[in-house]
Each structure stands twice: as C-alpha cells, then as structure tokens.
Design a protein around this ligand. Structure first.
Ligand code: BTN
Length: 330
C-alpha cells in the first residue's frame, strides 16, 4: 500500500493530492493513508501536508524501493519483479528459499541491509544499512551447468560498466568476478545454482556493491583491501540509479549470451577491464597453490596461467583465490 501511495504522490509531480482522493482511489481509510504517509516520511520521503489541500511529495530519499528503481529500468524481464526488503539475513539465502516454490525468471531480491551477507569461500560480506546495493538476480537459464561460470563473467562486466556510467569511476575486474578500484575491492559477486541431471533448476547471481560506505563502515582488518565508490570518488552516488543500470546492462549481456550460446561478444570487453591480464599472480585453493603469469582469459571463462616452465594451466573459477604477488591486487 505504501508503494501505491507513493506512486500517486509521484504522479502529481510535486502538486498536492487530497487524502480523500488517495483513500477513494486505493480503497483504504483516510487514517490508513495518514499512517502510510508517516511511514514514508520515516523512510526519508519529504512530504508536505496541508489542511484542505492534502499531501505533496517534495523529495525522495535514495531508497531501493521498486518504484524508485523502476524509474530508470528499461528491461523486459530482469527486475520486472522486485522483492524489496528493509532487512534480510542474505539476499542469496532469501532467493534460495523463494526458489524452493516458484519464481518468475529475472526476479530480483534487493535489501537495504543484510545481517548475514555471504561472500565467496564461506566468508562474510559486510552489508550496512542504506550504504550499498545488496541484491540477487534469480534466473532460469536453459544452459549446461558447465557454462554457468560465463554468467558470472557477464555479471562482472555489466556491473563494471554500470559503475562507469553512473559512478564516473573506472574500476577493473579481478578474475573471476571481483570489481576493484585503485587496487581495492568494491564489489563481489556470488553465483550459486541448483542442478539436477545436468540441467539448471535455477541460478542466482548475488551482487554486493559498496556504494556509499565510509571507512568506518568497513571492519579495520579489511580496510587495506576493501573500499567503496564513495571512498574512492570522494562523493556519494545515487544507489537506485546504479541498481537500475546493473539490471539494464545485465539483461542486455545475458540475453545475447543465451541467444548466441557464447560470450564471444563480451570477452574482449572483459579482458580490457581485467586487472590481472599479463600480471604475475598466485592462485590458491584448498587443493592447489600455483604461481604464474596470466596469459589470457578464455571464452569458456577460464583463467589461462603461464607457469614458470612455459606450460599453460587452465583454471576454472570456483573456490580459488587469485592474489598479486605484492598483496590483494595492484
Ligand atoms: C565475494 O565474496 O566476493 C562475493 C560477495 C557477494 C555479496 C553479495 S551481497 C548480495 C548477495 N547476498 C549475499 O549474501 N551475498 C551476495
């Protein structure tokens, strides 16, 4: 109902609308309208009320409510259904619970705050209230599970491009899917899927972008490897615009991939944005420790590592960590 009232206020472009008109149009009592208006005010909407005239929307906050995002959304299916949560354990966990029943392809779960944000390799993901974009895209791709890593690569490309467009800063991608700026991480992507008999039931792409976090929002022990757009740029950006841009760009990349069955069209863009191509890196996982130079990134999404003896080793993403020899990435 709050969302519907907001829509009414917005449709008046800053003019007054009477409480009676809202209550008749939406079939709720005047008292209920008043209650919802107060809730919107508490959320940061500046709404003027005047006896005999009604309500007038003066300014909107940088909220990630679907109405706010949809103003800039130009997609066919990604984000056409958005579930907005003020607070959640993790948008990926929420998406998996939702997927147990049924969901529309392209549904997006987005939260203002995560209490148990999940990172790769069992790590936590710090997700303070109102400071970032914590969202999960829910997909039903008709592809082989072996090709799923390509979607993560495309997501990284789409997020990187969106940060350029809306943030005016130029981050790089650390294979497979960390987005880094000035050598520090500002976005992580966690893709998870449910597979049965070589078919994907569903695939979820969890995207965490540190947008307007300040240094004190990040734990001290990660300050030398993590950052935010605001910290690097020196000013804040409008989260809802970035969230919509990510959905717009992702849909365009993803649709091409699904129709062509390859990421050929985007692999060059991915490589141009790569933070590690040509660099010496150390690759580690629970069962592997390798050092070498990044020779290429294949169209299958693998990292091609040239080892000291000149041989090339193909690394598939998953539970591996890539670090430059000097630290996180530089
Ligand atoms: C990484 O470790 O680099 C991946 C981080 C992914 C974080 C995002 S935030 C939205 C979604 N929900 C989660 O719990 N994790 C992902």
């Amino acid at each position: 109902m709050k969302e519907k009232i907001l829509k009414e206020l917005k449709s008046r472009a800053g003019q007054y609308i009477s409480g009676e008109e809202i209550s008749n149009g939406l079939k709720v009592s005047r008292t209920a309208v008043w209650k919802y208006i107060n809730q919107l005010k508490n959320m940061g909407y500046v709404i003027e009320s005047q006896t005999n005239k009604g309500y007038r929307l003066v300014t909107s906050p940088d909220s990630l409510m679907p109405q706010e995002i949809k103003e800039n959304l130009h997609t066919n299916f990604i984000g056409q259904h958005i579930q907005f949560l003020e607070e959640v354990d993790s948008t990926n966990l929420y998406a998996k619970r939702l997927a147990e029943n049924s969901f529309e392809d392209g549904t997006v779960i987005i939260a203002e705050e995560q209490l148990k944000g999940k990172g790769r390799m069992g790590r936590d993901w710090v997700s303070p209230k109102g400071k970032g974009i914590w969202m999960t895209l829910m997909l039903k791709p008709k592809i082989s599970p072996a090709d799923a890593a390509k979607i993560t690569l495309l997501a990284a490309c789409a997020v990187c491009r969106s940060i350029e467009e809306i943030g005016g800063v130029y981050p790089k991608i650390k294979w497979p899917n960390d987005i880094v700026l000035n050598g520090k991480k500002l976005c992580g992507i966690l893709t998870e899927m449910s597979v049965e008999l070589d078919e994907i039931n569903y695939l979820i792409v969890g995207i965490g972008v540190n947008v307007n976090l300040e240094p004190e929002d990040l734990p001290k022990q990660i300050l030398d490897i993590a950052t935010s757009i605001q910290i690097e740029k020196g000013s804040s950006i409008i989260r809802k615009e970035l969230a919509a841009a990510i959905m717009n760009n992702f849909e365009s990349y993803y649709s091409t991939f699904i129709s062509k069955g390859s990421i050929k069209d985007y692999i060059n863009e991915y490589k141009e944005k790569s933070a590690i191509l040509g660099k010496e890196v150390r690759v580690t996982s629970s069962s592997l420790e390798l050092q070498g130079t990044v020779a290429d990134i294949s169209e299958e999404g693998q990292l091609l590592l040239r080892l000291e003896d000149g041989s090339i080793r193909e690394i598939i993403s998953g539970e591996v960590s890539v670090r430059s020899l000097k630290g996180y990435i530089s």
